[in-house]
Design a protein around this ligand. Structure first.
Ligand SMILES: Cc1cc2nc3c(=O)[nH]c(=O)nc-3n(C[C@H](O)[C@H](O)[C@H](O)COP(=O)(O)OP(=O)(O)OC[C@H]3O[C@@H](n4cnc5c(N)ncnc54)[C@H](O)[C@@H]3O)c2cc1C
Length: 359
């Protein structure tokens, strides 16, 4: 375990806000995790588990506690026939079979929680495995991916997640939690609801298959395919399409600080979706339910491209707030309340913040 003191949270999060954390503990082995919690308990300090900081926001006063970061890396292909396992690097050669995915046997992939998520997607795609290709280029570490059930372009990690290996800080034991125990829904799981802050994710195991996604794809992918007359829908083909769509629409957090979507989309019951459609609001009826893109609400409320207290409302995806010049959490709070207030007054929907606050 590596121990650091007084590290600015702004340097650990992509929104680039937040004062000093009293301790930052980087864990490099499963045994380190128990030691890190023990270290915090010894000083009676609260714990916050951080990954890449792409969905976490720091406060000006910092965090008088211990931030624990998973630094365990590696991607392991589990051989389900023999129970054998081999460690591999994330850059395997391409081998797409192009078969219908559902008839193919499951390939179990175990990933350590400190691995960068997009390396996992690249590894899967390079091995011709389908299931997470639409989750390309989501910034963050693999251990955080199940926490808010990351999703994009019609896929979410709950579709392919088999299980996770955790340290349970309540019982001080190591456990395996399987998919059904995690109570997944849109941007939610056990890990950020009923058992928030209880489990530290050490590794995740995914069930992937050789083959490709079935059509129809998500609207924006279909649009991109017809505009560019594409025919490669292999995992790497979809990865390239999603990467191109995202690069056009979403700011790179390393260049323009942000937490990605700052607000969640609005999910509606069938009755509410009908009422919304009668009012002329665009409702997307997808596999994951009826939703209105909150970015559309923010745009129609007049915020597209506007600068609010140092935050730019991204003009291509209004859900994203870019920190252009804000230094204080208060600036974010003011921008947030202006947006949520006006959207509520105009449409009657209350926008919910997606990123987690470090406190
Ligand atoms: C430009 C941009 C685009 C984005 N696009 C998407 C998108 O398309 N879809 C999407 O779903 N999200 C998106 N996000 C949000 C973000 O990428 C995801 O939420 C990602 O999973 C965050 O990973 P992280 O490692 O940065 O998590 P962090 O921000 O470090 O942590 C997020 C939460 O997970 C918890 N956590 C982290 N690691 C662990 C662990 N090992 N054990 C237990 N808890 C842990 C933290 O306590 C916190 O509650 C985007 C963000 C940005 C900046």
């Amino acid at each position: 375990m590596r121990v650091h003191e007084n590290i600015l949270i702004s340097s650990l999060t992509t929104m680039r806000l937040g004062g000093p954390a009293r301790y930052v503990l980087e864990v490099e082995t499963p045994a380190d995790v128990a030691d890190a919690y023990g270290f915090a308990a010894q000083y009676n300090l609260p714990v916050f588990v951080l990954g890449y900081g792409a969905n976490s926001i720091g406060h000006d006063e910092g965090f008088n506690g211990a931030i624990i970061i998973n630094r365990m890396q590696g991607i392991q292909k589990l051989n389900t026939l023999t129970g054998d396992a081999t460690w591999e690097t994330p850059t395997e050669p391409s081998g797409n079979e192009g078969e219908a995915a559902k008839s193919e046997p499951v390939e179990k992939i175990k990933v350590m929680g400190g691995e960068y998520w997009d390396n996992v997607v690249a590894y899967a795609c390079d091995n011709g495995l389908t299931g997470i290709e639409a989750l390309s280029k989501i910034p963050g570490l693999a251990g955080a991916a199940p926490v808010q059930n990351i999703g994009a372009y019609g896929q979410q990690i709950s579709d392919t997640l088999d299980s996770i290996e955790v340290y349970d800080s309540a019982s001080q034991t190591y456990r395996i939690l399987n998919n059904t125990e995690l109570n997944f829904s849109y941007r939610h799981s056990l890990l950020n609801t009923t058992a928030k802050n209880r489990y530290f994710v050490i590794s995740i195991t995914l069930n992937l298959r050789h083959g490709q996604m079935s059509r129809p794809f998500y609207n924006s992918i279909e649009r991109y395919i017809s505009e560019h007359q594409l025919t490669d829908f292999s995992p790497n083909g979809i990865r390239q399409i999603v990467s191109a769509i995202r690069a056009d629409k979403l700011p790179d957090p390393m260049v323009k600080p942000s937490s990605g979507s700052f607000f969640k989309n609005i999910y509606l019951s069938d009755a509410d979706a009908e009422r919304a459609e009668e009012k002329g609001y665009p409702v997307y009826r997808g596999k994951d339910g009826n939703k209105i893109n909150s970015g559309w609400l923010i745009e129609k409320a007049g915020f597209k491209g506007k600068l609010l207290h140092g935050f730019r409302v991204n003009d291509k995806a209004c859900l994203v707030l870019i920190n252009e010049s804000a230094k204080s959490y208060n600036d974010l709070a003011k921008a947030r309340s202006e947006i949520t207030g006006r959207v509520y007054d105009k449409f009657g929907y209350w926008l919910e913040q997606e990123p987690v606050e470090i406190q």
